[in-house]
Design a protein around this ligand. Structure first.
Ligand code: CU
Length: 232
């Protein structure tokens, strides 16, 4: 034994950067500790656990950092940031978007009915959805929102949620398309909205869809609110 160092309190897992690779970067060790719930201010409801960063380069270990973590610090991996940085996709280029339901401009945005399926080809860009006002959906329809984020700026995701889609919402990164299935169960007017703070006008980033009764004869129609228009 060369050296010992106390950790607080029960070490559950250890992490060495690259520890699962053939050539670990052996300078540091992170102790991921359990049973540490009384070490930090009780902000609650979940109290923090602790992790500790230790320098293991010399004969004497040195505690460099002792920090709280949320949730039990479990089997974790670390690698040098520069390896991740040059490989991380910051943006999905719109012109490379191969999603079969992509909508690459607001002009292409539309709503199509196919039997009891309604496909909404929707775009999101600060700070509106296109279209943001939809009619002709009926109870019993399967409504697919195919939302394309038209942003080509780093770190401007948009979200999408609608009442009644109670198992999911979307987080759509710049240039990406994602689909949410919604099965409206009752007639009514339902708001949908962006769930990711995207600009000072984020709160305006919403729209409405009207759901008619199952046997109604309302045709699909849609539009987008333009600034300066009254009504809606
Ligand atoms: Cu948004």
């Amino acid at each position: 034994m060369v050296d010992r160092i106390p950790v607080y309190y029960s070490v559950g897992h250890l992490c060495i950067p690259g520890g699962d690779s053939r050539k670990p970067w052996g300078k540091y060790l992170i102790a991921l500790n359990k049973i540490t719930k009384d070490r930090y201010l009780p902000t609650g409801p979940e109290l923090c656990h602790a992790a500790q960063l230790i320098d293991i380069t010399g004969d004497k270990m040195k505690m460099l950092l002792d920090f709280p973590t949320v949730g039990e610090p479990h089997y974790a991996q670390a690698i040098p940031a520069e390896i991740l940085m040059k490989r991380s996709a910051k943006i999905f280029k719109l012109e490379e978007n191969q999603h079969p339901y992509a909508t690459k401009s607001e002009k292409e945005a539309r709503v199509e009915r196919k039997g009891n399926e309604v496909h909404i080809y929707m775009t999101a860009i600060r700070s509106h959805f296109t279209p943001d006002n939809i009619e002709g959906v009926k109870v019993g329809d399967k409504v697919y929102f195919h939302v394309t984020n038209l942003e080509q700026d780093w770190d401007i995701p948009h979200g999408f949620a609608i009442i009644g889609a109670d198992n999911a919402e979307l987080l759509v990164m710049p240039g990406q398309t994602k689909t949410l299935l919604w099965k409206p169960e009752k007639p009514g007017v339902y708001p949908f909205y962006c769930t990711d703070f995207c600009s000072a006008l984020h709160q305006e980033m919403q729209g409405y869809i009207r759901v008619s009764p199952r046997n109604a004869n309302v045709k699909i129609s849609y539009g987008t609110y333009k600034e300066g228009e009254s009504g809606q």
